[in-house]
Design a protein around this ligand. Structure first.
Ligand code: RIB
Ligand code: CA
Length: 336
């Protein structure tokens, strides 16, 4: 099986870090580059964290690029209250070795898409870098083979306002540019943005039990995950009375390699950029506006299938043992 070439655009960020660990552990994915965007933390901190994860996974050869430092039009609002000042839960882990100047992310995206074929993008943060790339060279950006974006929300409440999810709330104009392009720009033909929104990611909760199992199967990585999620656990209890933490971004990676992990439907989706509901994704489920469908909206997920993939790929859990453990831990939550 040939691995699929992927650029991961992210704002690491605790769950971005977990998503990178998963992507770097899956043989179906060849991570050819990481582009960092302003989001959970400023770009400079995101670059350090991306390089930390590459070191943990022994993949320092993968290049990391510096993306947009502010949203297209709105003032930049970070999420350090959720991810910590360092972006990895105030874990103060060792800084990556070496000092690397990171070249420009948007230039890298366009140069790579122009030079190579069959490159996909998994976007785990605000869509600022991707929107800039589309603005600079629409015909090159249209070469993206598949775009999976963790962002938005369909029927479940937002996490930055009653209707807006952080990635699209942080830069609604960028999200609007891309969703409109995938609808109106004929270069995208049948392509759609695969929207992994809060409807499915909220069901992916890293619980204390699962964390304990990670530490059993892979003590080194399990301890690292414990260090970077402690702060996140506390935040989730205070914010949403969740014991554990919602890990949004890894689900986008899992879905990229196994489309059965989530189920959904095609629709036209618009992104609101003005007023009290800015950042909202308006999903035309009943095709009332008769506009070209630009998105595949994921609404159901198989929690057990995701956790099995994550624990076996990253933490080297034994498949049969993992099945048995997840039966115990997830009783009744398999499909939701
Ligand atoms: O709303 C959740 C998303 O915003 C995740 O990607 C998280 O990392 C933040 O970027
Ligand atoms: Ca993210």
């Amino acid at each position: 099986m040939n691995a699929r070439k992927v650029i991961i655009d992210c704002d690491p960020g605790i769950d971005d870090a977990l998503a990178l660990m998963l992507a770097l552990s899956l043989p179906q994915i060849e991570v050819i580059g990481i582009t960092v965007v302003c989001g959970n933390v400023p770009v400079e901190k995101g670059i350090v964290n991306a390089r930390r994860v590459l070191e943990w996974m022994g993949r320092e050869e993968i290049p990391v690029y510096a993306g947009e430092r502010t949203p297209l039009m709105r003032p930049y609002v970070d999420a350090m209250d959720t991810h910590g000042e360092d972006g990895l839960g105030e874990s103060d882990l060792p800084k990556p070795m070496g000092k690397e100047e990171s070249a420009d992310a948007v230039t890298y995206l366009l140069d790579t898409l122009e030079r190579e074929e069959n490159v996909s993008i998994i976007a785990l943060g605000p869509l600022t870098n991707l929107a800039r790339a589309y603005q600079r060279a629409p015909h090159i950006f249209a070469k993206v083979e598949e775009l999976v974006s963790m962002g938005g929300t369909f029927r479940t409440p937002g996490n930055c306002s009653p209707v807006a999810e952080y990635n699209y709330w942080c830069d609604p104009d960028a999200a609007k540019i891309l969703y409109e392009a995938f609808s109106a720009d004929t270069q995208f033909k049948e392509k759609k943005i695969h929207m992994i929104g809060l409807d499915v990611t909220r069901k992916i909760v890293l619980t204390p039990n699962i964390l304990e199992y990670m530490k059993i199967t892979h003590p080194v990585l399990g301890e690292l995950v414990e260090k970077i999620t402690r702060f996140y656990f506390d935040f989730h209890w205070k914010q949403e009375q969740v014991i554990g933490c919602v890990i949004n971004d890894p689900l986008a990676v899992a879905y990229f390699v196994d489309k059965t992990v989530c189920q959904g439907f095609d629709a036209y989706t618009a992104v609101e950029t003005e007023g009290i509901s800015y950042g909202q994704t308006l999903v035309d489920e009943w095709d009332i506006w008769k506009k070209p469908q630009n998105s595949h909206i994921l609404v159901k997920t198989n929690v057990k299938a995701f956790m099995h993939l994550f624990l076996c790929a990253v933490f080297h859990a034994n498949e049969n043992e993992c099945d048995m453990v997840l039966e115990q831990i997830l009783a009744g939550k398999e499909d939701s």
